[in-house]
Ligand binder design. Structure first.
Ligand SMILES: Cc1cc2nc3c(=O)[nH]c(=O)nc-3n(C[C@H](O)[C@H](O)[C@H](O)COP(=O)(O)OP(=O)(O)OC[C@H]3O[C@@H](n4cnc5c(N)ncnc54)[C@H](O)[C@@H]3O)c2cc1C
Length: 396
């Protein structure tokens, strides 16, 4: 006889979205089971650059990013795990024109929401990133309270907190089928276990469309392959440099041990998202060329390793958050390259909404239905879909 479970809320996926929402739900008194296909943090949440920023264009995203960074302050006390948050700041390099216009508008909105971002000139930029070539730059947007962390530690902490709050996390339990009746999900089969639930939360990241397909629906989320390499040298030995995103070349980098982590914007679509994706060393020359242009002293650096992951993009680079398709399915997916920044800050509001309360943040900009009407203002500072199209900017 196969095992049977009954739960109030079944969360599918144990990445940053699934673990933070499960934790917030349990704290609000809900009975929660998480079904995860592999291990906790085995999807995109374990494969990213670890950047945490408040530099967004949408007010809700700015507030969510603010709260995520606030959570970092007490993370170790709260969950017993050091997330290795390094508040070294975050830079967006620009060369004037449309990038500057985007950043000016974004900084003004961030300042209205109490975030201490500002536009800086080349002299200050050269102090923050020693050895940077500024010949083709005009300045940067700088967020001194942003930074970067270790993604695996962060998700492990939230998962530990969720377990302590009573959440049952089933690893190696892929959801393979979903039963529906009367326009509602009644339960799923996951790794040989039948799980009956009142609410199903789709937090399956790049695989959330495949999960929705199990009950016959579609989600406009594309999986895009993105590549990272690690170098054994830094332009500033002995100190941390800000996470630096170069809007001119599409390059980014930040300190990592005695070297740097670096990646770039290009993110080709991968249809039918596979469970994992291999590192492509053919991409290395493109990265090296951009890095040597921006930080010439890295010419002698060696590359120690690299990996690739999937960025899950929506047409406007804002996530899909809310009730979707059926009466009791709630989707939290499509973070478009900024799920680590947004999910922890959004999770308490998402849990409140699932429990029938009014969320403290305006989640309406994230509803699936917005995309029928052409979407909301695209997330312009930096988002997976926009940067892949070369249009990561706020329209004038
Ligand atoms: C190279 C790269 C760099 C990035 N850099 C940053 C950054 O600096 N900052 C930032 O904020 N974001 C960054 N991102 C984006 C970030 O990683 C994602 O937005 C975030 O991890 C999405 O979290 P998630 O929980 O929605 O998805 P995931 O972490 O992918 O979790 C989904 C989970 O669902 C599970 N699953 C799928 N199907 C099923 C099923 N049928 N049954 C059970 N479980 C299932 C998967 O195994 C997976 O564990 C980057 C991404 C990449 C690839």
């Amino acid at each position: 006889m196969s095992e049977k479970l009954t739960t109030e809320v079944l969360v599918v996926g144990a990445g940053i979205a699934g673990t933070t929402v499960a934790l917030a739900l349990a704290r609000s008194g809900a009975n929660v089971v998480v079904a995860e296909r592999g291990a906790v943090c085995s999807g995109s949440s374990g494969l990213n650059a670890g950047g945490l920023r408040q530099q967004f264009t949408q007010a809700t995203s700015i507030e969510a990013g603010k709260d995520t960074i606030r959570q970092m302050k007490t993370f170790q006390d709260d969950y017993g795990i050091d997330p290795s948050f390094r508040q070294a700041g975050y830079l967006f390099l620009h060369n004037g024109g449309r990038h500057l216009a985007t950043l000016e508008r974004a900084v003004a909105t961030q300042n209205r929401h109490g975030v201490d971002t500002r536009l800086i000139g080349l002299e200050e930029l050269r102090e923050l990133v020693p050895g940077i070539n500024t010949d083709d730059l005009e300045g940067a947007a700088y967020g001194p309270t942003d930074g970067y962390m270790d993604p695996n530690s962060m998700v492990a902490g939230y998962a530990a907190g969720a377990r302590r709050a009573g959440v049952k996390i089933l690893q190696e339990h892929p959801v393979e089928s979903i039963e529906t009746s009367g326009g509602r999900v009644t339960g799923v089969r996951a790794g040989g276990v039948s799980i009956a639930c009142d609410v199903l939360v789709n937090a399956a990241g790049a695989w959330s469309p495949a999960l929705a397909a199990l009950y016959g629906a579609t989600l406009p989320i594309k999986a895009r392959r993105n590549q990272i390499f690690v170098l054994d040298q830094t332009p500033a030995p002995g100190r941390l440099i800000p996470l630096t995103i170069d809007l001119v070349t599409g390059l980014y980098f930040h300190s990592e041990g005695s070297g740097i982590v670096s990646g770039y914007a290009e993110a080709p679509e991968i249809p039918d998202a596979p469970p994992s994706i291999a590192c492509d060393w053919d991409d290395l020359p493109m990265l090296v060329e951009r890095l040597i242009h921006r930080v010439p002293k890295l010419e002698s650096a060696g590359v120690t390793h690299g990996w690739a992951g999937l960025i899950e993009t929506t047409p406007d680079d804002n996530p899909i958050v809310g009730w979707t398709h059926l009466g009791n399915v709630y989707t939290v997916a499509g973070f478009s390259g900024h799920g680590m920044c947004l999910a922890p800050g959004l999770a308490p509001h998402i849990a409140a909404e699932i429990r029938g309360a009014t969320p403290g943040l305006d989640l309406d900009i994230y509803r699936l239905e917005r995309l029928d009407a052409g979407g909301v203002e695209p997330e312009g500072v930096w988002g997976g879909e926009g940067i892949s199209r070369g249009t990561a900017e706020v329209p004038a």
